[in-house]
Design a protein around this ligand. Structure first.
Ligand code: 5AD
Ligand code: SF4
Length: 478
C-alpha cells in the first residue's frame, strides 16, 4: 500500500488527469514531472480509515494545484499519515522519517508533514524533537492544509491538531490513490465514543460523528458511474452510525444506511467495517440477508474470550453476549463469514484467560483474525489504571498460539469451500501471475483463477474452487 517503489508517471497531460490517482499511478512507465505542477508524495500507515483520509487529503491538495507522485525524489511535499495504535506502528514512522531526511538534504525546498494519529497524539512535541518536520496536522484539520503549507513555504513550522465535533469531510470527493478502479472505501463516520481501555483512538480521532447518509449514497453512486463495483463503508464502530435530519427529523441508523447504499445498483457490492459486538443489531443482520449485494462478511472483533479481561478492557460485553451475537449471525446469515481482532497479554491476563481466548476463537470459527500482543499506549485508561504486567515473552508465546490456532481454522474453513462455486468480483491480476485474476467472494475470501478472454477487472464471474490454502481459494471460471 506504500508508494515507495519509485514508479513512474507518463501519459499525464493535464492537471485533472494528473490528480486522478488511477491514471496517474500507471506502472512501468518513464519518470517525469510536468512543469508548473507541484507534487506531493504520501505514505499511509494503520487502518483503512487512514488510507481513506489520505484520499481526502489528496483531494484538498489537488484543489490548490498539487498532484500526487509515487516518487518521493521528485516531490515538493512529503506527507506521512501515521498510526498510534501500537508502539511498533509509531516506530515504523520514525524510521521512515530518517529516509525522508536523506531526501530533504538533496531537495532543500521540500516540506515534510506528519498527519493523522501520531500528529494528534504528540502535537507540538514533533516540532521540538524532529527538526525535519515542517507541518503537524491532526485528522480533523486537513481542510487547513493549504494555509499551513503556504505558511510553511514562507519558512514557518506549522501545527493544527484541533479536533472537531462536526467535521466529516462529507462534501469532499476523495481522489482515489492506488486504486484498482473496482473497489473503494467510503468513510461514513469519524472518531469513537467507546472507551476501550487499551485504545488510543478516542484521544487521536476525537468524538464520534456520522456523515449525512445522502452524501454517502451520492459518493457510492458516483463510484458506480465511474465503473467501481464494490464500496466498503468505514467507521470505528459502524453499528453506532446515526443521523438525524434536523429539518425533517428523519432518523437513519446503520441498517437504514446499508439498505440505502445497497439500493444504488444491484451490481454494486457493499461491505462495511468495523462492527462492535455491543451495538450490532439483528436489524443489520436482516438487512444483510435481504440484499444479495450486501456481502456476507462481518468483522466483529472479540479482543479476548475472558469475561474478566473484557470487563477490564471496558468492552461493555462479556463472553456470553458475544456468543449470543455469533448465534444471531449463524441463524440469520448461515453463509456469512466472520473475522476478529485479538489482543494477547492484556494487563493481568492469566493462562486461564488465555485458554478462554483460544476456545472462543475455536468456537467462533473465524475465517480470519488480526492478532496482536498488547502494547501499552500512554494516556489510555489501561495505562492509567492497570500495570502492564504480562511479561513480553508470555505475550509473544500466547500470540503465537493464537496465530497457529487461527491458521489451522482458516485452512479448514477454506478447505470446506473446495467444490463450491462462488460469484467473484474480479479485482486485478493475481500477484503471482499475469495469466490469473484475483477477486473476492461475498464472504471476503480471496479467489485466484486463470483468466478468460473478454473478461476484465470489475466483471463478475462464477468461480468453482478446486484447491485452498489458509489464505486463498484456487479455482476456475465456470
Ligand atoms: N495493543 C494491541 N492491540 C491493540 N489494538 C488496539 N489497541 C491496541 C493496543 N494498545 C488492536 C485491537 C483493535 C485493532 C484495530 O487493534 O484489536 O481492534
Ligand atoms: Fe487507525 Fe487507530 Fe491507527 Fe488511528 S490509531 S490510524 S484510528 S488504527
Amino acid at each position: 500500500m506504500l508508494y515507495d517503489n519509485n514508479p513512474t508517471i507518463e501519459g499525464v497531460k493535464t492537471m485533472d488527469e494528473a490528480i486522478q490517482g488511477s491514471v496517474f499511478f500507471k506502472e512501468n512507465t518513464a519518470t517525469g514531472t510536468i512543469p508548473g505542477i507541484k507534487y506531493f508524495y504520501i505514505e499511509s500507515y494503520g487502518c483503512q480509515m487512514n488510507f481513506s483520509d489520505s484520499e481526502i487529503v489528496a483531494s484538498i491538495l489537488g484543489d490548490v494545484g498539487y498532484a500526487p507522485t509515487r516518487n518521493m525524489e521528485e516531490s515538493d511535499l512529503i506527507l506521512v499519515n501515521t498510526c498510534s495504535i501500537r508502539e511498533k506502528a509509531e516506530e515504523t514512522v520514525r524510521k521512515r522519517l530518517k529516509i525522508f531526511e536523506l531526501i530533504k538534504k538533496r531537495r532543500p525546498g521540500m516540506k515534510v508533514g506528519v498527519l493523522g494519529c501520531m500528529a494528534e497524539r504528540l502535537k507540538k512535541q514533533w516540532l521540538e524533537e524532529e527538526k525535519l518536520v515542517d507541518l503537524v496536522v491532526g485528522p480533523d484539520a486537513y481542510r487547513d492544509l493549504p494555509n499551513l503549507i503556504g505558511a510553511a513555504e514562507e519558512g514557518g513550522r506549522m501545527i493544527n491538531v484541533l479536533l472537531s465535533r462536526e467535521e466529516t469531510y462529507a462534501d469532499i470527493s476523495p481522489v482515489r490513490l492506488e486504486s484498482n478502479g473496482v473497489t473503494a472505501f467510503i468513510s461514513i463516520m469519524r472518531g469513537c465514543d467507546n472507551m476501550c481501555s487499551f485504545c488510543v483512538v478516542p484521544f487521536t480521532r476525537g468524538r464520534e460523528r456520522s456523515r449525512d447518509p445522502y452524501s454517502v449514497v451520492a459518493e457510492a453512486n458516483d463510484l458506480f458511474q465511474k465503473g467501481y463495483r464494490e464500496v466498503t463503508l468505514l467507521g470505528q464502530n459502524v453499528d453506532s452510525y446515526k443521523w438525524n435530519n434536523p429539518e425533517t427529523n428523519e432518523h437513519t441508523d446503520f441498517g437504514d444506511l446499508l439498505a440505502m447504499t445497497a439500493a444504488v445498483h444491484p451490481d454494486l457490492r457493499v461491505r462495511f467495517s468495523t462492527s462492535h459486538p455491543k451495538d450490532m443489531t439483528d436489524k443489520v443482520l436482516h438487512t444483510m440477508a435481504a440484499h444479495d449485494n450486501i456481502c456476507k462478511y462481518i468483522h466483529l472483533p472479540v479482543q479476548s474470550g475472558s469475561s474478566r479481561i473484557l470487563e477490564m478492557m471496558n468492552r461493555t460485553y462479556d463472553r456470553a453476549w458475544y456468543m449470543n451475537r455469533m448465534d444471531s449471525i449463524r441463524r440469520i446469515l448461515p453463509d456469512a463469514a466472520v473475522s476478529s481482532d485479538i489482543i494477547t497479554g492484556f494487563c493481568s491476563e492469566t493462562e486461564v484467560d488465555h485458554q478462554d481466548t483460544l476456545s472462543i476463537i475455536e468456537w467462533s470459527g473465524y475465517c480470519m483474525s488480526y492478532m496482536f500482543s498488547y502494547s501499552e499506549r500512554p494516556g489510555t485508561l489501561a495505562a492509567r489504571k492497570y500495570p502492564d504486567d504480562v511479561p513480553e515473552d508470555t505475550k509473544k508465546r500466547r500470540l503465537t498460539e493464537v496465530i497457529n490456532l487461527q491458521r489451522s481454522i482458516s485452512l479448514n474453513c477454506n478447505r470446506k469451500d473446495i467444490g463450491k462455486t462462488f460469484r467473484v468480483l474480479i479485482e486485478r491480476d493475481s500477484s503471482k501471475s499475469s495469466a490469473e485474476f484475483c477477486g473476492r467472494n461475498s464472504q471476503n475470501s480471496m479467489c485466484v483463477f486463470p483468466k478468460k478472454a473478454g473478461l476484465k477487472p470489475g466483471d463478475y464471474v462464477n468461480v468453482k474452487i478446486f484447491d485452498a490454502n489458509s489464505a486463498t481459494l484456487l479455482g476456475e471460471i465456470v
